[in-house]
Design a protein around this ligand. Structure first.
Ligand code: MIG
Length: 688
């Protein structure tokens, strides 16, 4: 059951697709206070055993208790644990305690502060700064039920084409078709699978959206065609800002259509991003979305079928006003003899003008007859950029799925595209953060998502990349991406090629399962990744487990995420089959080896419920199969297009059952007739 309560005058966000009438009585469970500044403050005492799930893209644990989070889409390079916010605002929180199961969703595109047992461990205090919001209370019998009801409230998750589940290689710095060709060849010659290569801002002329360098990419269509012969897709980046430059068509047409966000005085708001001074499309306006979406057309016509939208928090390095103010303050410091205070002030000054609250409060959006100051609708910006692109793709190709993922997001955006989790670091702690974030993102509808595998900033190492890929093979978006200036981190750079190849081939072996589970999750409003508590709600230990995940209907994952670890402790809420894929050499030393049809060795060992230490060497990938479940596996190939999805072999864990069944999903991977009954097939396994 979902009930809606309205505070103040909420702005339309298009997050919710169900039209519920607001309740007349006051909000139950919460104490409501009104701040003098217009804010609305909801508070709720927390049970000592209460666990809080949700908030989508955020730092720290699966259990969000004990930190102060903010909903405020932010371009942040350092995802350290004190961060209040990252790039997306996903205002769903689920309270789970022995005497309560309650989902809370706040539809408020401005800033929200979530003190979740931070100041006081036994209290949640949630503040909407604007005080204009719709509050939804979701009450169901189970955690899964709450997640499902939330998705029914907010709409079906975006469905990408099947090739988008293939491995994608990316790097800020790939600057020519020659370089891309080399990356592809290096994969191909080692039989490391690959389905796509991203183009970062380096493909553009002076970082200008919708341009590409004529010398480096002389004929983009020919190049994409050439790649497609090998089933490879290029995935170019598009940024939010449009460079201020007369004669540059996107600027000229945007100006002509009066498409840009304006300052108080009616002039275009300008701030610098990669191309230099930029205007910001008012994506909240439908006509602006249409105009911007049309700008993708030349790229679509060159055969491009996938895009990533970046810098759409929106990120701003500095505005004219911010720069001027900083300049004056710097001059003031130097106008007298510099002292220690002045010295430290200098360091902070330039940083403080990027993504500044003053800038976000200085421009406006006009939509549906409303004029809204940017900071009151801030979290909708990236969402509507994604929507602009998605609507343009659907207009051009009504029956074709395209790949689209964004950096900034808000609930609702999950209907139009996926997200990647932004600029993480090549740190072991960020591999763990990736693990913890996946179920939270799924609860909020962002099924097609993933982190920069290997880490974006800082230099990765071979062991970190390998361990990260061993988890990454399960994330729907599986992309290795890194920042310019860091150590190159393609999987063939670190010796140990056999281990990298086996890991990536395992992704392709799993593709039948991953695709089936993803499509079922999307079509039936389920979560692909789940905290253990979703499946074992009565198990008081399971709800505390922060580093294991349920993955689809058959699997539990317990990745290794510590350097030099030769395995890890794992908790099994029920009997499970431990499956570990090993090298041929290792197979010679093992007693209980089994082989897939193509001779690939693995160990399959039933384990009783409880605590265990499992041995997992650096070049091994493992998973757990649940009792009575099947895991379908395919023969690996270099691309998803070359996979044979029709007749998977299975690993089974009968656990006393005579007959096991699995609901397998296949389709052509690109059209939109998802729900055809013929796509679902029952795989039956009988114990001999
Ligand atoms: O200011 O396009 O998160 O993935 O490589 C950095 C360059 C801009 C941020 C994205 C990152 C991308 C980078 N971009």
């Amino acid at each position: 059951m979902i009930r809606k309560y309205t505070f103040g005058a909420p702005l339309p966000t298009d997050a919710v697709i169900q039209n519920l009438l607001a309740e007349k009585d006051s909000l139950p469970y919460f104490t409501v206070r009104y701040g003098e500044d217009g804010s609305v403050i909801l508070s709720l005492p927390l049970h000592p055993e209460e666990v809080l799930f949700g908030l989508g893209q955020a730092v720290r644990g699966i259990d969000k208790r004990g930190h102060r989070y903010e909903s405020w889409n932010s371009d942040v390079f350092n995802h350290t644990e004190e961060r209040p916010s990252l790039y997306g605002s996903h205002n769903l929180l689920v309270f789970f305690s022995p005497d309560r199961l309650l989902g809370l969703y706040l539809d408020d595109p401005g800033k929200i502060i979530w003190d979740l047992g931070w100041e006081k461990h036994d209290e949640a205090v949630i503040t909407s700064l604007s005080g204009n919001l719709d509050v939804y209370l979701i009450e169901e019998e189970s955690l899964t039920g709450i997640a499902r009801a939330f998705r029914q409230l907010t709409g079906r998750s975006y469905l990408p084409p099947r090739w988008a589940f293939g491995y994608i290689q990316s790097r800020w710095g790939y600057a020519s078709e020659e370089e891309v060709r080399t990356v592809v060849n290096e994969h191909r010659k080692r039989h490391i699978p690959l389905d796509g290569v991203c183009l970062d801002i380096d493909y553009m002329v002076d970082f200008k959206n919708f341009t590409w360098k004529p010398d480096a990419f002389p004929d983009l269509k020919r190049f994409q065609d050439e790649m497609k012969e090998d089933h490879l897709r290029l995935v170019p980046i598009i940024d939010a800002g449009i460079k201020v430059e007369e004669g540059y068509a996107p600027y000229d047409t945007g100006k002509a259509g009066d498409c840009f966000c304006k300052k108080e005085d009616g002039s275009d708001f300008v701030a610098a991003v990669w191309p230099g001074r930029c205007c910001f499309p008012d994506f909240l306006r439908e006509d602006v979305r249409r105009w911007f979406g049309d700008l993708y057309r030349p790229l679509l016509e060159a055969g491009i079928e996938g895009f990533w939208n970046d810098m759409n928090e929106p990120a701003m390095f500095y505005s004219d006003e911010g720069l001027e103010k900083a300049k004056q303050q710097i001059q003031a410091v130097f106008s007298k003899e510099i002292d220690i205070e002045g010295f430290f002030a200098l360091g902070g000054l330039m940083n403080s003008i990027s993504n500044s609250p003053a800038d976000y409060a200085s421009f406006y959006h006009e939509f549906d007859g409303i004029r809204a100051r940017h900071d009151t609708v801030h979290n909708l910006f990236g969402y509507n950029m994604t929507k602009a692109a998605a609507e343009a793709f659907a207009a051009k190709y009504p029956d074709r799925r395209l790949l689209l993922y964004s950096r900034a997001s808000y609930i609702g955006a999950h209907r139009y595209g996926g997200i990647w989790t932004g600029d993480n670091m090549s740190w072991w702690s960020h591999l763990l953060l990736n693990i913890k974030m996946m179920p939270s993102l799924n609860m909020c509808g962002f099924l097609y998502s993933g982190a920069d595998l290997g880490g974006f900033g800082a230099d990765t190492s071979g062991d970190l990349l390998l361990r990260w890929l061993q988890f990454g093979i399960f994330t729907p978006l599986m992309r290795d991406h890194s920042a310019i200036g860091t150590l190159l981190q393609e999987p063939y750079r670190f010796g140990n090629i056999d281990a990298f190849r086996r890991t990536l081939q395992l992704r392709y072996r799993l593709m039948g399962y991953i695709y089936s589970e993803f499509m079922k999750a999307a079509l039936e409003d389920e979560c692909l990744f789940r905290p253990l508590a979703f499946d074992y709600p009565e198990d008081t230990f399971a709800k505390r487990v922060e580093d294991q995940l349920m993955f689809g209907e058959s699997l539990m994952l317990a990745p290794v995420y510590e350097q030099n670890a030769r395995g890890r402790y794992v908790y099994l809420p029920e009997d499970m089959l431990f499956v570990k894929f090993i090298s041929l050499e290792e197979a010679e030393n093992e007693r209980f080896v089994e082989y897939l049809e193509d001779g690939t060795p693995y160990i399959a060992k039933p384990m009783p419920a409880g605590h265990h230490y499992i041995d997992v060497a650096l070049d091994e990938t493992h998973l757990f199969v649940r009792p009575g479940k099947l895991l379908p596996l395919l023969r690996p190939a270099n691309t998803t297009a070359e996979l044979d999805f029709t007749a998977p072999e299975v690993i089974a864990y009968p656990h006393g059952q005579k007959e096991l069944a699995y609901r397998y999903y296949t389709d052509d991977g690109v059209t939109k007739d998802y729900t055809e009954a013929s796509h679902f097939k029952n795989i039956v396994f009988t114990v001999k």
